[in-house]
Write a protein that binds this ligand. Structure first.
Ligand SMILES: O=C(O)c1cc(=O)[nH]c(=O)n1[C@@H]1O[C@H](COP(=O)(O)O)[C@@H](O)[C@H]1O
Length: 237
């Protein structure tokens, strides 16, 4: 049976490593994959990665590199050497950059997944059309970038659950979709605009669900994580 635990990535968005340790200890064996983002990586001076590796947890290093090819590739080499199972760049950085990243990471650490962020889940249709000055809607833009990501040799994309099914159609089943913007019905949307419940997200083709505040800010994080996993399991059954 496919394990719901392997599909849930809990975002450790905290200002101190002590806060993160508190949650990881509380969740114990309930969660096996964590995301270390900019806030945690910078505030812990990278120590969060060593801490989680020491516990045998899987890590998504979410530093969203977006720069010229050489700079991004050098940063990606660093990421690939951190013993993380996944890290990301921005697809907006372009094909030359993504090709260079994919090639170098495959040489250094073939098992590390290099993925690219498409359209951030905090964007609405109106904001995207105004900010990117495009006539494409979010799904079209996300698919356009996902195709470029796939053709560059990368392993998958970060997208909202609303785009996952179309991206799988265009890029194939083995191309991974990593989806934040996941909200059980009982959770607040916060700053996320394109949200979906965990059950529907899995049914819509998301390979991994990234969930932060519904678990990290819950009164009972273990119960919240178990509720999310129960929804994932229901969708997988
Ligand atoms: O790359 C990401 O992980 C990411 C991309 C995106 O489009 N939207 C998005 O929310 N994220 C991250 O996913 C997490 C979502 O957290 P919550 O909104 O608290 O569930 C945050 O750590 C974001 O940095």
């Amino acid at each position: 049976m496919i394990n719901a635990k392997d599909r849930l990535i809990v975002a450790l968005d905290y200002p101190t490593l002590e806060d993160a340790k508190g949650l990881v200890e509380t969740l114990g064996d309930a969660v096996s994959v964590y995301k270390v983002g900019l806030e945690m990586f910078l505030n812990s001076k990278g120590e969060a990665v060593n801490y989680l590796n020491g516990l045998g947890k899987k890590i998504f290093l979410d530093l969203k590199f977006h720069d010229i090819p050489n700079t991004t590739t050098m940063a990606s080499i660093f990421a690939a050497k951190q013993d993380v199972f996944m890290f990301n760049v921005h697809a907006g950085g372009g094909r030359t950059m993504m090709k260079s990243v994919a090639e170098r990471v495959k040489e250094i650490s073939p098992e590390t997944m290099a993925i690219a962020v498409t359209v951030l889940t905090s964007f609405s249709e109106e904001e995207v059309s105004e900010h990117f000055a495009t006539e494409l809607n979010i799904k079209e833009l996300a698919m356009h970038w996902a195709k470029a990501t796939k053709e560059s040799g990368m392993d998958g994309v970060v997208c909202s659950p609303w785009e996952a099914a179309s991206i799988k159609e265009v890029c194939g089943e083995s191309f991974k979709t990593i989806c934040p913007g996941v909200r059980p019905q009982w959770a607040a949307a916060n700053d996320q605009k394109r949200i979906m419940t965990p059950k529907k997200a899995i049914e819509s083709g998301c390979d991994f669900l990234v969930v932060g505040r519904p678990i990290t800010k819950a009164e009972n994080p273990v119960e919240a994580a178990n509720l999310v996993m129960a929804e994932i399991q229901e969708a997988l059954a």
